[in-house]
Design a binder for this molecule. Structure first.
Ligand SMILES: *Cc1c(COP(=O)(O)O)cnc(C)c1O
Length: 445
């Protein structure tokens, strides 16, 4: 593959943009390929190389790069009527009503412009609503580039995970390991009266893919309810992907108080949202006392793209298609791993998938999870599969990033560039694409 033009573009970018990119994860070494355009389930780079795209914008693209005609038409029409107004439009109401109709915990939604903005607002809302300061988060959980959640450590000893955040901010954030039943009880024993909310992804989607153990989300629900704290599900990745239109909360049957959305709900345009029962969401200004505002919030182009995308998914076989391909990928990858690298773990659900380079596996694999780790205690891999972010960090992450990712890229398959970020199947992908990907895995693993 020739990368001359990408190389030249990165040369220019390094002088004009810090690190040459506008989001840190894109800074693939030695330099990223620059995308020229999308083409269905593929992207084409600046040198004309074509890749099967399982990054899908890191999650927002349910349809890949081929928007259904009615989505395309709604977007074009919103753009041509003038991009935005600073006054409400009908399509915001359409989308909010659609979300309320399909997502179990949601009556009302406030739209914002990014997942980060959604989690910032949700944390402020929880603090304002409960009159408490502390929030519990999962170690290795990701809630965007925000002060309250860029925190590492444990309940008793924690601090900012990046420069630029005062220690005092981190003081109010209590990180616990995902899937650790004791740790959540201990956090509430030590700080229960001060905890405004538990904020978690329903499955870890930014730290490998780690499914909740049986009963874990229910435990979070029970503890928060008992102690007067809110349960916030960050469904920025899982929303309108895992569990289809009912989202992960519907799939897992656990109803949070507040849900944050992003990615798919904007149909590929910048978006975030905070949803929940009216009693809580109306705490936002102007109906309530928790300040929340945004020049671009409820942007007509985004709202049109989001509404038409979700409506299309409701009326067509979109989730069947992506989930079937996801299942096939995970099932066949499990077979490949069985033959070639039995210590590795295949993870994911619905249209999410990832191979995690776990360092040890069982001798016998009979009766194991067949299409992605489900954290089933009777699975022979159970003692080896990652249960939390620390387990994922213990994987052979260097091999994944330095050897495996480039080998897949050379074979024309674009994966997220490290062990940690999820990969996604889109509606534009075909069975043939999946076979192509599986062949690449066979050669690269
Ligand atoms: C992507 C993501 C975010 C941040 O969303 P941005 O739009 O990048 O700000 C927050 N939470 C989760 C779970 C995400 O996957």
């Amino acid at each position: 593959m020739n990368h001359d033009r990408s190389r030249d573009l990165y040369d220019r970018a390094l002088s004009a943009i810090p690190g040459g990119v506008n989001s840190s994860v894109r800074a693939i070494r030695p330099y990223p390929f620059f995308v020229q355009r999308g083409d269905g389930g593929h992207v084409v780079d600046a040198d004309g190389n074509r890749y099967l795209d399982f990054v899908n914008g890191y999650g927002p693209l349910l349809y890949g790069h081929d928007l259904p005609d009615q989505v395309q038409a709604a977007v074009q029409s919103a753009v041509s009527e003038g991009p935005m107004y600073g006054a409400p439009t009908e399509v915001e109401v359409d989308l909010a009503e659609f979300v309320a109709r399909h997502v179990p915990s949601v009556e009302m939604t406030r739209f914002v412009n990014s997942g980060t903005e959604a989690t910032v607002s949700a944390v402020r809302l929880a603090r304002g609503y409960t009159g408490r300061d502390k929030i519990v988060v999962m170690q290795g959980g990701y809630h965007g580039a925000q002060e309250s959640t860029l925190v590492e450590g444990d309940v008793e000893d924690h601090g900012p995970s990046t420069a630029g955040i005062p220690e005092e901010f981190a003081e109010h954030t209590l990180p616990v390991p995902f899937n650790d039943f004791d740790a959540i009880h201990e956090a509430f024993e030590a700080h229960g009266d001060d905890i405004a909310a538990v904020l978690t992804e329903p499955l870890l989607g930014n730290s490998g893919i780690v499914m909740p153990e049986d009963g874990y989300l229910e435990t979070l629900r029970d503890v928060t309810e008992d102690r007067g704290a809110l349960l916030i599900f960050d469904e920025v990745i899982t929303g309108f992907r895992v569990g289809g239109l009912q989202c992960a909360q519907g799939k897992f049957g656990v109803t949070p108080d507040v849900t944050t959305f992003g990615k798919i709900v904007g149909g590929g345009f910048p978006v975030g949202a905070i949803g929940g029962p009216a009693e809580i969401i109306e705490e936002f200004t102007p109906s309530g006392d928790v300040f929340q505002s945004g020049t671009f919030s409820g942007h007509p182009v985004t709202m049109a793209a989001g509404y038409e995308s979700l409506k299309y998914a409701a009326e067509n076989d979109v989730y069947e298609h992506v989930n079937e391909l996801g299942e096939k990928l995970r099932r066949d990858l499990t077979e490949i791993i069985h033959d070639q690298a039995p210590q590795y773990t295949v993870a994911g659900t619905d249209s999410m998938f990832k191979v995690m380079f776990t360092r040890e596996g069982p001798d016998a694999t009979e009766g194991h999870c067949e299409a992605g780790c489900e954290q089933r205690p009777d699975c022979p891999r159970y003692d080896y599969c990652p249960k939390n972010a620390a387990d994922v960090a213990d994987c052979d992450t260097e091999r994944w990033e330095r050897l495996f990712w480039p080998a897949m890229k050379e074979r024309g398959v674009f994966l997220t560039p490290n062990q940690f970020e999820s990969q996604f199947v889109s509606y534009a992908h075909t069975e043939e694409d999946v076979e192509t990907a599986l062949d690449a895995y066979r050669e690269a693993l």
